[in-house]
Design a protein around this ligand. Structure first.
Ligand code: GDG
Length: 458
């Protein structure tokens, strides 16, 4: 079996005993690497300041070599905060209004990809299979090919791929599209993303969709497919079952005693629709006076990308909004919204999902959304809660037992919350059973295997 080489912006190092357990994606990639032997390369998250980064730091753990590189301060600014997070992220989430193009940032993005390629190439063997992850590293294959590498290289995009009219507002869309054509397999989260990709190629006359999942563009033929990422369903369910004994979860249970818990869990990001969700909750409370003092909405929102001004601004906005709603509808003995602006441990999270009668997952646009899947996996089969899910999350293509909503439609989302709270046990069980069956079959290991099987055959 060929070695596997995974390249991603950030690398998850193996857990030390006592560490919080890693998320499903890291576990699945580590398992695939362990089985085949290989390398996981990425940015260390550290800056070398103005000076040239030190040579790669190599750490061996079992069968896996973790290869980490620092980046200069300018690289972090231009590649990561700049082009990746202020151009590609908003564009791929259909937020043209938030994209900030700058030639300097674009150049930095391509420069860092070249730098990654030069650091990776000496570690590679002829028949290594290379799997590149996410929007930070789209040009990596082109850079490796430029250096003469013939290895099989696959790419998986964790975020959505927008339609042509959105994508093509980006000045360097040609280079990005050309970059993708240097892979042997390009994987998206859903059929919609794949269609957007193929549609863009054809419409702009830069490529064609061939039969059997193949595409041709810029003189290269490659495969494209969709591989909806899953979670470690069985392990997460077990985890949630055991979390009932966790001291923090017990306290949380006592504090919501007699009320239905609604839970939202998202990185603080404009794509997650948090402000619309708070509006919907407020609307639900105002239009359902019978539920006054009968529900608690817990929103867990760890900070992310605080260096980007839009994120800092959002942080203030959400906190103010939650405060305003609490002030307007709360009473001396009822705080309707509990807003936590930091990360909480994974075991506690699993226990809270299980306590919650409603999982409120309403992104405006999301590649997949693993929170939706974790919420389902964590439920008690005898008394499952209801998932209220945005139709614009990739997960909506699979989780048909959810109450699907349009997150821009505040009244519609409020109605779905009401329907979820009032849903009879039989219907809850039936909807949950369908979703859980799907998630058990399509877990993250299956996702990883499917992608690697197709990449090997590509
Ligand atoms: C990208 C794409 C795609 C969140 N808060 C806490 C916490 N989390 C964990 C969740 C979940 C993960 O973070 C978030 O995953 P999502 O999928 O919901 O969203 P993104 O971070 O935007 O991920 C997305 C994903 O990549 C995978 O391909 O699904 O569409 O945007 O696992 O549980 N974990 C802990 N404490 C928290 O406070 N421990």
């Amino acid at each position: 079996m060929s070695r596997l080489v995974v390249v991603s912006n950030r690398v998850t190092l193996p857990q030390k005993s006592g560490d919080a357990p890693a998320g499903g994606l890291a576990v699945a990639l580590q398992a695939a690497l362990e089985e085949r032997g290989g390398i996981w390369m990425g940015w260390s998250g550290k800056s070398s300041g103005a000076g040239e980064p030190a040579p790669l730091s190599l750490q061996e753990h079992g069968n896996i070599t973790y290869a980490l590189t620092d980046l200069t301060k300018t690289d972090v600014e231009e590649y990561y905060h700049g082009f990746a997070n202020r151009v590609l992220w908003p564009i791929c989430h259909y937020r043209l209004d938030l994209a900030e193009y700058g030639r300097k940032e674009m150049a930095g993005y391509f420069r860092v990809n070249r730098f990654f390629a030069h650091r990776l190439a000496p570690l590679l063997e002829e028949d290594d299979i290379i799997w590149v992850h996410d929007y930070h590293l789209i040009p990596l294959a082109a850079e490796l090919r430029q250096m003469g590498l013939k290895n099989r290289i696959g790419f998986f995009l964790h975020i959505p791929w927008p339609p042509a009219d959105v994508l093509f507002t980006m000045p360097v869309h040609e280079e990005i599209m050309r970059g993708l054509s240097h892979y042997d397999l390009v994987g998206f989260q859903t059929d919609h993303d794949l269609d957007n990709f193929g549609g863009g190629l054809v419409r702009e006359g830069i490529g064609e969709r061939l039969s059997e999942g193949k595409f041709t563009s810029y003189g290269r033929t490659f495969k494209g497919g969709f591989y909806s990422i899953g979670i470690e369903t069985a392990a997460f369910a077990e985890f949630a079952r055991n979390a009932a004994n966790n001291a923090i979860v017990r306290k949380a249970r006592q504090s919501v005693e007699g009320r239905d818990l609604i839970i939202g869990v998202d990185r603080l990001d404009y794509s997650k629709g948090i402000t619309q969700r708070i509006d919907a909750f407020e609307h639900f409370i105002k239009s359902n006076p019978g539920h006054h003092n009968r529900v608690t909405y817990l929103q867990i929102t760890p900070k992310s990308r605080s260096e980007v001004p839009e994120y800092e601004q959002m942080q203030r906005m959400v906190a103010e909004q939650a405060g305003r709603v609490n002030g307007a509808i709360g009473t001396v003995d009822w705080v309707p919204i509990r807003y936590i602006n930091r990360s909480i441990g994974r075991p506690v999270l699993a226990g809270l999902y299980r306590l919650a009668r409603i999982g409120l997952v309403t992104p405006l646009r999301d590649g997949m959304n693993l929170v939706a899947k974790e919420y389902v996996a964590a439920q008690d089969p005898e008394n499952p809660g209801v998932l209220v899910l945005s139709r614009f999350a990739g997960a909506a293509r699979e989780l048909r037992g959810a109450l699907l909503v349009n997150p821009y439609d505040i009244e519609g989302t409020a109605n779905a919350i009401a329907r979820g709270i009032n849903m009879p046990l039989e219907e809850r069980k039936e909807r949950w059973g369908r979703m859980m069956e799907h998630l058990l079959e399509h877990d993250v290991t299956r996702w990883c295997d499917d992608f690697l099987k197709d990449l090997t055959a590509a």
